[in-house]
Design a protein around this ligand. Structure first.
Ligand code: PEP
Length: 257
């Protein structure tokens, strides 16, 4: 059985004071959930990581970041390394988010380097894959998934792949309010799992967690989570409020598979 994993991507929102308030609220509302049964992760902006880490220390909420650079240090103005994220208390890092692919030139090659850097420092990469609307409409969804999985995860060993979480995020569903139907999510996520069967093996494919991301809200989380290959969610907009994110996490934790 795969452990449910719900992550909140706060994107470029929240000042430090606002981030502390949100983290405190989530800690208060979610403390009863068993961390043996569900991974709850919040990914604030870099500027708020230290303060949020202090709030959630000794809670059932874990810290993640939204990106990394693949080098440990160097002359890379504006970048933050895996080593630095570890230092601040991160356990997870989102890699290859479609907004980074779309606006900041992220490629499968850079995704691959970042995954390896994260693994080197024991950070769990949440690797985002998924097609744009145009790609879906021209029947290229599976081709894009093939490309993101084969090239993004290139040369990742059997042992290391088990330390990775994959997030299927159809780009057309991110921040648009347009959620993939649970059938569309399941179809794509089963496809990803079957690809992993071919690249690795059945045992590995059955163990890897695949999240769905794209306009997840309390109203659709149960239906999405009920799909056999949906093991959790990566939540953007709806992770920015205590009540709404709490509701998503609680509903996800109630789905029995
Ligand atoms: C995301 O940022 O990964 C995301 C899925 O955003 P939203 O939930 O707002 O669609």
């Amino acid at each position: 059985m795969r452990k449910t994993i719900i992550a909140g991507n706060w994107k470029m929102y929240k000042t430090i004071a606002e981030a502390i308030e949100l983290a405190n609220g989530l800690k208060r509302e979610l403390f009863k959930l068993n961390s043996q049964e569900i991974d709850i992760i919040i990914c604030p902006a870099f500027t708020a990581l230290t303060e949020v880490a202090e709030v959630i220390v000794d809670s059932n909420i874990q810290l993640g970041a939204q990106d990394i650079h693949w080098e440990d240090e160097g002359a890379f103005t504006g970048e933050v390394s895996a080593l630095m994220l570890k230092d601040v208390g991160c356990k997870f890092v989102i890699i290859g988010h479609s907004e980074r692919r779309q606006y900041f030139g992220e490629t499968n090659e850079s995704v691959n380097k970042k995954i390896k850097a994260a693994l080197k420092h024991n950070l769990t990469p949440i690797v985002c894959v998924g097609e744009t609307l145009q790609e879906r409409e021209s029947g290229e969804t599976f081709k894009v998934l093939d490309d993101h999985i084969h090239n993004g995860l290139k040369d990742i060993s059997d042992t290391d792949i088990l330390k990775i979480v994959i997030a299927y995020e159809p780009v057309w569903a991110i921040g648009t309010g347009k959620t993939a139907t649970s059938q569309q999510a399941e179809e794509a996520q089963k496809y990803i799992r079957d690809l992993l069967r071919k690249v690795y093996n059945n045992d590995i494919a059955d163990l890897i967690r695949i999240q769905y991301g794209g306009s997840v809200k309390p109203e659709n989380i149960t239906e999405l989570m009920s799909q056999p290959d949906v093991d959790g969610a990566l939540v953007g907009g709806a992770s920015l409020g205590v009540e709404i994110f709490t509701e998503i996490v609680k509903r996800a934790s109630e789905v029995v598979k």
